[in-house]
Design a protein around this ligand. Structure first.
Ligand SMILES: C[S@@+](CC[C@H](N)C(=O)[O-])C[C@H]1O[C@@H](n2cnc3c(N)ncnc32)[C@H](O)[C@@H]1O
Length: 336
């Protein structure tokens, strides 16, 4: 979703479900890792096919309530872990036939409707934005980071052109009182000189803060690397993204590992031309007009996937170097 406005839709829609199912082909059976279980939209559909198993992950403990219903219906075929997907290498897999690893990034309808989570600039009260298993909140960031750090967060994670003035005014205002959601929205309104007719003034800053609080860049990078490790030969790695920064990372990861650079550091020199992935389609799959009509927040979704060509566990990727500047900005949170 590209905005932190509570969507007008009244229920949860699994985005691009039909397209994802057609790519991962659960009719052939196998184990699938649903890295972003949420309300279980993808897992439910996959489990409708015989001989499939699901390992579901979600950082939000609320998802476990939905998962408990799944456990009752699919006793031996479904497990849930309340962990971050960057940690999926800790799953202690016993040579499972992993045919697909799927990520549907961001947050769900249920989460943005939850005032405790404080994801929306329309909500009252405390700035939070923690999806689960976090170390600090948006309130900590806004009230404790220095001006330059805030400016960089707004610029790099929100593409906010007026981040400098917003950061300056935040630092001024917080001398008087702690900043909550309403105050932050007022500061943004006051700081912005350009009029935006398309989106709410606070959209970009709120997106930036959500990315920062949930370390979404490092999560995605380490999630992708670990997913590529656990997948079996012929398995599909698929990712649905909702903003350009995420899409850039996924696109780079697939491109770099499907062109002639990627190789296990243990394989002989003669195999240097091998690559880890087959990229069937360079362009992302996007929702149909019908889907966008039914579920408008899906309009910014992009689905990219690649097929693993080898059983390599260890392979070289420079993705961390490529996005090091963004990881360093997320690491400002380590001192909070
Ligand atoms: C868009 S929703 C997924 C919806 C799901 N596909 C469905 O059909 O119900 C994204 C989910 O991913 C979870 N999530 C986001 N980042 C995560 C991370 N790093 N590790 C684990 N779960 C994460 C969120 O808590 C949220 O429940």
């Amino acid at each position: 979703m590209d905005a932190t406005i509570v969507p007008k839709v009244e229920k949860h829609y699994p985005v691009l479900l039909k397209e994802i199912i057609s790519v991962i082909s659960p009719q052939h059976g196998g184990t699938f890792i649903d890295c972003t279980f949420g309300q279980g939209g993808y897992s439910k559909k996959i489990l409708e096919f015989e001989n499939t198993n699901i390992i579901a992950l979600d950082r939000d403990a609320e998802s476990e309530k939905v998962a408990n219903h799944f456990k009752e219906s699919f006793v031996d075929r479904f497990i849930f872990r309340n962990i971050k997907f960057s940690q999926l290498n800790n799953l202690k897999l016993k040579n499972e036939n992993i045919r697909g690893v799927i990520f549907d990034l961001g947050y769900s309808y249920t989460q943005i409707k939850d005032p405790q989570k404080g994801l929306s600039f329309e909500a009252d009260g405390k700035l939070n934005m923690q999806l689960g298993l976090n170390s600090y909140s948006a309130e900590d960031a806004i009230n404790k980071l220095d001006e330059k750090e805030l400016e960089k967060i707004f610029k790099f994670f929100g593409d906010e052109k007026e981040g400098k003035y917003i950061a300056r005014n935040i630092v001024k205002e917080r001398l008087k009182k702690k900043i909550d959601t309403k105050t932050l929205v007022k500061i943004i309104d006051k700081s912005k000189k350009r009029i935006n007719f398309k989106a709410h003034n606070a959209t970009k800053v709120f997106q930036a803060l959500r990315i920062f609080v949930n370390k979404e860049i490092s999560e995605l990078i380490f999630g992708l690397v670990n997913a590529a490790k656990v997948l079996k030969k012929g398995g599909v790695l698929g990712v649905v993204t909702f903003h350009s920064l995420e899409d850039k990372i996924v696109k780079y990861f697939f491109k770099s590992l499907s062109e002639n650079k990627s190789i296990s550091r243990y394989s002989p020199v003669t195999e240097q031309a091998e690559t880890l992935f087959n990229l069937i389609q360079k362009k992302p799959i996007t929702p149909s007009e019908e889907e966008i009509d039914e579920n408008p927040p899906s309009r910014s979704a992009k689905f990219r996937y690649a097929i693993k060509k080898k059983d390599f566990y260890d392979f070289d990727t420079d993705i961390q170097d490529q996005f090091r500047n963004l990881i360093e900005i997320e690491n400002y949170g380590d001192k909070l």
